[in-house]
Design a protein around this ligand. Structure first.
Ligand SMILES: [Cu+2]
Length: 168
């Protein structure tokens, strides 16, 4: 969902197309850390988004199968959820991390905790999205409409989000 939104917003960025060369430094984008649930720390800005489950693929699969939707896994591991526990649904939780100027930061090693449970922070970008969609997160089973606390730590800086899981 978010990925598609970024395709619309960032068409001009996508035209540059130099996705890989943009890795490892800040990628300026108008909106990456300004929509969703926001938080900031001394040197970072964060945007948390919880949406529907996403299909995640390796870059090689995306190329070989000409996939147009889902997300490319750039690092880390996909959470294997199987059948979600009773009363929960599988969502996709993603955190965009920017510097104070709003440039998306890649290759950080954040820890993400959802109500104290660790969520493996894989790195991803939506298929067809510019690198400004780069984010950290994973699929996770959550209770629809539940109030949750998400804590993201980067280089000793803690951002705390209080948010509500979407109903669906
Ligand atoms: Cu993702």
């Amino acid at each position: 969902m978010r990925a598609r939104l970024f395709v619309l917003i960032s068409v001009s960025l996508a035209v540059f197309g130099t996705a890989n060369s943009a890795l490892g430094r800040g990628i300026v984008s108008a909106g990456a850390c300004s929509s969703g649930t926001l938080a900031s720390t001394a040197t970072y800005r964060f945007a948390l988004d919880i949406g529907p489950q996403e299909d995640m693929y390796l870059a090689s699969e995306v190329k070989a199968r000409h996939l147009k939707t889902g997300e490319i896994m750039l690092g880390g591991e996909m959470a294997m959820i199987g059948t979600p526990p009773a009363g929960t649904r599988v969502y996709h939780l993603e955190v965009h991390i920017c510097n104070k100027a709003g440039a998306v930061l890649t290759k950080l090693k954040p820890t993400i905790r959802v109500d104290q449970a660790m969520l493996p922070a894989a790195t991803m970008v939506g298929i067809g999205s510019p690198m400004s969609d780069y984010h950290y997160g994973n699929d996770i089973a959550l209770k629809p409409a539940a109030k949750i606390t998400v804590k993201v730590t980067v280089k000793g800086q803690l951002a705390i989000f209080h948010t509500t899981v979407p109903k669906r």
